[in-house]
Ligand binder design. Structure first.
Ligand code: SF4
Length: 239
């Protein structure tokens, strides 16, 4: 009859069995690990610590992917090239919220590439920000055909995607561009004239409202008011 294994042999057998089960790391006895950086040890196996930013980015991608076949607005579904979700960093300084992608955005696959992008460039200069520092998204994720604006119904159809996207991107401030956009997010019937110059709240995120870029193109006399809205935004951002 073979001799009983020694303690070191028993330990080696135990470790070999763990390795065969896929366990690559066993925590060393000692002080409790820091909650921020150390891996979480459960029953001797290692589960990597969750990176909340990476998790939010993954969930934003899953949200965008899940919308790709959305057909809630039949006309938009049948005429769009693709759905256009937001772009930009998590927890950006500010999110600019337009009403919907235009034909340039529809082809490019990204918001604020067409007319809204023309408005955005000087606005960013005034704010001292770069495009890569802001989050850009729309109330609707599909282009409305024939250069028309999205309807209130189409914005309402898309609102739960918008709310979820803002929840995941969680910008420090939201700036709504135009009446329809502001009404969709804030669930109000007030006009942009009544909404400008005030700070509203969306799930704890400050919201301000300014003119739609297309309105400013047709009404250059409102440029001074639009500039004062950007100054208001700068004060809220503390820049
Ligand atoms: S606008 Fe929004 S709700 Fe309407 S079809 Fe596109 S993704 Fe769906």
């Amino acid at each position: 009859m073979a001799d009983a294994p020694t303690l070191p042999q028993q330990l080696k057998q135990y470790l070999d069995a763990l390795r065969a089960a896929g366990v690559e790391y066993v925590a060393k006895a000692g002080p409790a690990p820091s909650r921020k950086s150390a891996p979480i040890v459960v029953a001797s196996a290692v589960i990597p610590a969750v990176d909340p930013l990476a998790e939010r980015r993954t969930n934003l991608k899953l949200l965008a992917d899940g919308i790709q076949n959305c057909a809630r607005c039949l006309e938009l579904f049948s005429t769009r090239t693709q759905t256009i979700s937001g772009v930009g960093p998590i927890s950006a300084e500010v999110a600019f919220l337009g009403d919907g992608p235009d034909s340039v955005d529809d082809r490019a696959g990204e918001p604020f590439r067409g007319d809204a992008g023309t408005w955005l460039a000087p606005a960013l200069v005034a704010l001292g920000l770069e495009r890569k520092q802001v989050y850009l998204l729309n109330a609707t994720r599909c282009r409305a055909p024939g250069k028309r604006f999205p309807t209130a119904k189409e914005c309402a159809n898309c609102r739960d995607y918008l709310v979820r996207e803002l929840e995941l991107a969680r910008p420090k401030v939201i700036c709504c561009l135009g009446t329809l956009t502001a009404q969709t997010l804030l669930q109000t019937t007030e006009s942009i004239a009544a909404l400008r110059g005030k700070v509203f709240d969306h799930t704890g995120i400050p919201v301000i409202c300014t003119f739609h870029p297309a309105y400013l193109l047709k009404n250059p006399k409102s440029a001074a008011d639009a500039a004062s809205d950007l100054e208001f935004l700068k004060r809220i951002l503390g820049t």
